[in-house]
Ligand binder design. Structure first.
Ligand SMILES: [Zn+2]
Ligand SMILES: [Zn+2]
Length: 270
């Protein structure tokens, strides 16, 4: 019986939802709807519970699991993971189709993103996207995280070095803060998470603590062979060369494919 269910699983979903059972609604925000919904063609048509949590229905006096249940539970799980991933609101739920290539370099980066999304979790290398501001690096990194969470429901985090990373760690040293004393927990969580986006990566010249914290994070992910994406406004071959005797750069070279996206400000063309 078990094997039968398995082979049914493969053919259960349709082309319309790309065989996932889940549809992404690109206008969810303006319509006030959910970003993800069960496929109206292969899931909703079979639903007997009316979409009522916990997704069971009555048949001949017995309680039966609704055919929609697995998909709806998966959507709930994806939403939970997504809401704690920390993706900037303006990039949330953006998909690969939303990334418009405006240059050859951007094309290459988009293709690399596409390959990663298709091959995950069998991906050997992450990405290091660098170039001047406004070329869509953060958008593309957010898209990769979104695509992988939607497809695989794995944990991912987005941290911004310039915006909140050090600030959130510093808060853990303040008595009375909600996260007081939790720096080790936060650092471990970032070292262990399946996918980590480190946005705005760069040299932290101001304090040694910042340099060391970043090095430890990169090193921990390197050692654990965890999938990591970096974005940076500067050329790592130049700016990271002398940092920690070049150790960070050599780690990053092994962990990531380094791609440049430079050019006109992407945001002007949207
Ligand atoms: Zn479908
Ligand atoms: Zn149902």
């Amino acid at each position: 019986m078990k094997t039968e269910t398995k082979s049914q699983n493969k053919t259960r979903f349709c082309e319309f939802c790309d065989r996932t059972g889940i549809i992404h609604n690109p206008h969810y925000d303006t319509l006030g709807e959910d970003a993800l919904t069960p496929c109206p063609k292969c899931i909703i048509t079979k639903c007997l519970c009316g979409g009522e949590d916990p997704f069971y229905y009555y048949k001949d006096g017995k309680i039966e699991e609704c055919p929609c249940r697995e998909t709806r539970m998966k959507i709930i799980k994806i939403n939970t993971i997504y809401n704690r991933a920390g993706i900037n609101k303006k990039y949330q739920w953006k998909r690969l189709n939303d990334f418009k290539s405006v240059s050859k370099q951007a094309d290459e980066a988009k293709n690399a993103a596409y390959d990663i999304v298709k091959q995950f979790p069998n991906v050997k290398k992450g990405l290091y996207l660098w170039g001047n501001a406004g070329t869509g690096k953060t958008l593309l990194a957010s898209i990769i995280l979104t695509e992988i969470i939607i497809r695989h429901a794995v944990e991912g985090r987005f941290i911004s070095i310039s915006r909140n990373f050090f600030k959130s760690l510093q808060e853990t040293f303040h008595e009375g803060s909600e996260t007081y004393g939790e720096s080790a927990r936060i650092e471990k969580e970032l070292a262990d998470v399946d996918i980590l986006i480190i946005d705005d990566f760069g040299i932290q010249k101001d304090t040694e603590w910042k340099q060391e914290t970043l090095y430890d994070l990169v090193d921990a992910r390197y050692e654990a062979e965890k999938f990591t994406i970096f974005t940076s406004n500067t050329n790592p071959h130049k700016t990271l060369k002398d940092l920690s005797q070049g150790r960070i750069l050599s780690r990053i070279k092994e962990m990531c494919r380094i791609l440049e996206i430079s050019g006109d400000d992407y945001r002007d063309k949207l």
